[in-house]
Design a protein around this ligand. Structure first.
Ligand SMILES: NC(=O)c1ccc[n+]([C@@H]2O[C@H](COP(=O)([O-])OP(=O)(O)OC[C@H]3O[C@@H](n4cnc5c(N)ncnc54)[C@H](OP(=O)(O)O)[C@@H]3O)[C@@H](O)[C@H]2O)c1
Length: 318
């Protein structure tokens, strides 16, 4: 099988392919034939080492000093090719989707994962491309809007950067929660933002829309606390999805300023699945490229201007 590898921190040319034997599932594991996988902003950041100011040292301590010692690929959607000894509750051939997490391994034609780990049956209402696209924005938007900002029906929210992976999920989930959504996007994406549920859309390059907002979800951190504060209602909360170290430290002292990362466990994964079943969230699939074009996929992912989620697809087995 073909498996991707990072050779160094750097540009997309550091993504290469190796031949490897198809793994044998150990007791309690599933062998999955990967059909589609997202190439996320997170994948691009791990490869390049480019993270918000102050976080580079932590990244290198966590995943490798001189090169990323992680395998490419955070999430996947695929079919169960084999069950390891002792596995119950799954069937060969079943469609599943899940997370390999930051240690990766989903940019590969096959992978193994613990059957009691971060893997779930793929709903019939989702294609493999949608399954691949499902969790990156869905987990982040659900946790920040519901648990952290406690977005309530009737509140007014600004989603700044509304049509990428996180923003596209946030618009839908905020609307489903009963909020009124104002969005910013570049003009090419205004129709998509409205289609996802935004009541008003403006171009972020012209300036922010008219406040006040009960919640602002700032995807790229382009407004920040100083830019958001004049737009917030007296009890308004700011969610900064992309935050640097100083912003993370400042948010620890301010209950209205929310930063951090979302949980990646099975219970957290079930929530966007529940939202999907209620009609409140279906991921936007943007560019779809074959696995062989993974380096090009990385170039697009790190532009931070893609519509929805970028997905790579694996060819049918020979
Ligand atoms: N905290 C967490 O747990 C967490 C989780 C996931 C992602 N992230 C971070 O969130 C960021 C976005 O990830 P993503 O996957 O959603 O990226 P994405 O799919 O590339 O989407 C980026 C979005 O931001 C918009 N945008 C770009 N530049 C902007 C600017 N200067 N002002 C306002 N909007 C702008 C884009 O709009 P146009 O395309 O219309 O230009 C697009 O809607 C990344 O930095 C990623 O590392 C953090």
């Amino acid at each position: 099988m073909q498996i991707a590898r990072y050779t160094a921190y750097g540009g997309s040319e550091t993504v290469t392919f190796d031949d490897a034997p198809i793994p044998t599932p150990r007791p309690g594991e599933l062998l999955i034939r990967v059909r589609a996988a997202p190439v996320t902003a997170g994948d691009a950041r791990l490869r390049s080492g480019k993270v918000p100011r102050g976080l580079g040292l932590m990244l290198r301590l966590a995943i490798g000093w001189s090169r990323p010692r992680v395998a490419p690929g955070w999430a996947f959607s695929g079919d169960i090719a084999a069950l390891g000894p002792g596995v119950t509750g799954f069937q060969p051939g079943q469609r599943v989707f899940g997370l390999k997490g930051f240690k990766g391994g989903a940019h590969s034609e096959y992978l193994t994962i613990r059957a009691d780990g971060t893997v779930l049956p793929l709903p019939d209402t989702l294609s493999h491309e949608q399954g691949a696209a499902f969790f990156f924005g869905g987990l982040t938007a659900a946790e920040f809007l519901i648990d952290r900002a406690k977005l309530a029906p009737g509140e007014r929210i600004l989603i700044a950067g509304a049509t990428g992976a996180v923003g596209g999920a946030a618009v839908q989930i905020a609307r489903h929660l009963g909020a009124t959504v104002a969005a910013t996007a570049s003009p090419a994406n205004h129709a998509l933002a409205r289609q996802l549920g935004a009541a008003e859309v403006t171009d972020y390059r012209i300036g922010p829309p008219q406040g006040p907002f009960d919640v602002i979800l700032d995807v790229m951190g382009s407004l920040g606390w100083n830019g958001s504060k004049p737009l917030l209602s007296p009890k308004g909360r700011l969610i900064l999805i992309t935050a640097d170290l100083s912003e993370m430290l400042a948010s620890a002292l301010n209950r209205r300023f929310l930063t951090g990362t979302s949980k990646e466990d099975l219970a957290s994964m079930r929530r966007p699945v529940g939202l999907h079943e209620q009609g409140g969230y279906t991921p936007v699939v943007g560019p779809v490229l074959p696995f062989a074009q993974l380096p090009e996929a990385h170039r697009i992912a790190e532009s931070f201007h893609k519509p929805g989620n970028l997905v790579i697809t694996m060819a049918d087995p020979a």
